[in-house]
Design a protein around this ligand. Structure first.
Ligand SMILES: Nc1ncnc2c1ncn2[C@@H]1O[C@H](COP(=O)(O)OP(=O)(O)OP(=O)(O)O)[C@@H](O)[C@H]1O
Ligand SMILES: [Mg+2]
Length: 399
């Protein structure tokens, strides 16, 4: 088999040397260009399997060179070569600029050679060296949008949203996205052990030319197989999103539309306050899972939530009740809860303190680390149950 070809585009001689040495040791065939212009020409001439692209370079900078390579691919309907930007700073703006130009990933200088190799391998395995399907020829998705809303703080909404998403992706092989739509207090970065320097909904909603490709690159691919659209990194940035949604709700609709087109399931972990932003998400969702526990104050909230949903004109079947920690002793059992609410509880998830907490502390969701533990099995069943209902709906609608 021919060696994998990597094109290094960097004007710094020292970096060139380090990269050539590291890549050759890994068995790659390495080509070097010392400026952006030569990089573009060589990309066309040698058809590399991957490109490492510096940002600041003579003649043509890395952003423009990337743009030109993407433009050439588009006009020739050619293969999309994975490009990793070598940036000088872990600055979100800079990273987004690279992604917008058409890069797939970036790595901040100085980097550890092992990290670079890991990123290269991840990107190569993701692209599989396979030609990108022409737009419009991808298999259609189920396009389901599912909100998870906690009737009270701390009932386990984020835990259920993350692990359901992972089960849908890893067990049921559904293309799955997770959108942390809890703008002020999104927890998914913490739960999934991600830093503050990744792009988020802020970048997506403020992007004037957002399309499916760019949105995908603004999302973070988690090792469990799901793609994440993260919450803003701080409350000030949450205000940008809220303001944008208020003045131009169409921008949010467009993001949801792009997510539907790219994923079978988009799981939304919404904030607690039912404001305009959350209402729009509810409105556009196919189903809203209201997560609850069996205690008095939560039951009171569920009743209020159900009334609100009723007054909004949502159909009963759009709002589904999920009782979390169902077997925890609270003095109120499922029957009591159902008669207090005057409706059925649709799903139950067991209480397993140890499984949930160890996952929280390790930054590895239990659906990845212990899929066969009691909670993992229970959530896998929940995911399979909702998948069979939702997929049947799609089939019945004749999509
Ligand atoms: N089924 C369960 N069994 C045991 N513990 C659970 C279960 N579900 C969630 N937990 C634990 O409950 C705590 C709260 O969970 P989580 O953060 O998911 O709730 P939340 O509703 O998203 O909270 P917030 O209102 O802060 O967004 C966590 O410590 C989690 O590990
Ligand atoms: Mg939460």
């Amino acid at each position: 088999m021919a060696a994998t070809k990597v094109l290094v585009v960097d004007d710094d001689l020292n970096i060139q040397r380090v990269l050539v040495f590291t890549l050759k040791q890994e068995g790659f065939e390495v080509h070097v260009a010392s400026d952006g212009q030569t990089g573009v020409e060589m990309a066309g001439a040698i058809d590399p399997d991957l490109i490492l692209m510096d940002v600041a370079m003579p003649k043509l900078d890395g952003y423009s060179a990337t743009q030109q390579i993407r433009a050439a691919e588009a006009s020739a309907e050619g293969r999309r070569v994975p490009i990793i930007m070598l940036t000088a700073e872990a600055d979100v703006e800079q990273r987004v600029r690279g992604l917008r130009a058409g890069a797939d990933d970036d790595i901040v200088k100085p980097f550890h050679p092992l990290e670079l190799i890991a990123r290269i391998k991840a990107l190569l395995s993701r692209s599989g060296g396979i030609a990108k399907p022409k737009p419009g020829t991808e298999a259609p998705t189920l396009a389901r949008l599912c909100s998870f809303y906690g009737a009270k703080g701390g009932v386990g909404t984020t835990t259920l949203a993350i692990n359901t998403a992972i089960a849908l992706a890893s067990r049921l092989r559904r293309r799955t996205a997770l959108f942390d739509a809890n703008l002020q207090f999104g927890d998914e970065r913490v739960f999934l052990d991600l830093g503050l320097d990744s792009s988020s909904i802020v970048n997506a909603i403020t992007e004037p030319d957002l399309d499916a490709d760019l949105l995908k690159r603004l999302m973070v691919t988690h090792r469990s197989g799901i793609d994440l659209l993260l919450a803003p990194p701080n409350p000030e940035q949450a205000d940008i999103v809220v303001e944008r949604q208020r003045t131009e709700p169409g921008t949010m609709s467009n993001i949801l539309h792009l997510l539907r087109k790219a994923y079978d399931y988009t799981i939304l972990d919404t904030g607690r306050t039912i404001d305009d932003f959350t209402l729009q998400l509810f409105d556009e969702s196919d189903v809203i899972f209201v997560v609850m526990t069996a205690d008095l104050s939560c039951l009171k909230n569920v009743r209020l939530v159900l009334e609100t949903m009723d007054s909004l004109g949502f159909e009963r079947s759009k709002v589904q009740l999920v009782l979390n920690r169902s077997n925890a002793y609270t003095g109120i059992n499922v029957d009591n809860a159902e008669s207090a609410l005057g409706r059925k509880i649709d799903y139950q998830v067991i209480n397993e303190y140890r499984g949930a907490i160890s996952a929280l502390n390790s930054g590895e969701p239990f659906m990845s680390s212990r899929p066969d533990g009691p909670l993992g099995q229970n959530l896998a069943k929940f995911a399979a149950d909702i998948d069979s209902v939702l997929a049947a709906e799609v089939a019945a609608a004749g999509v």
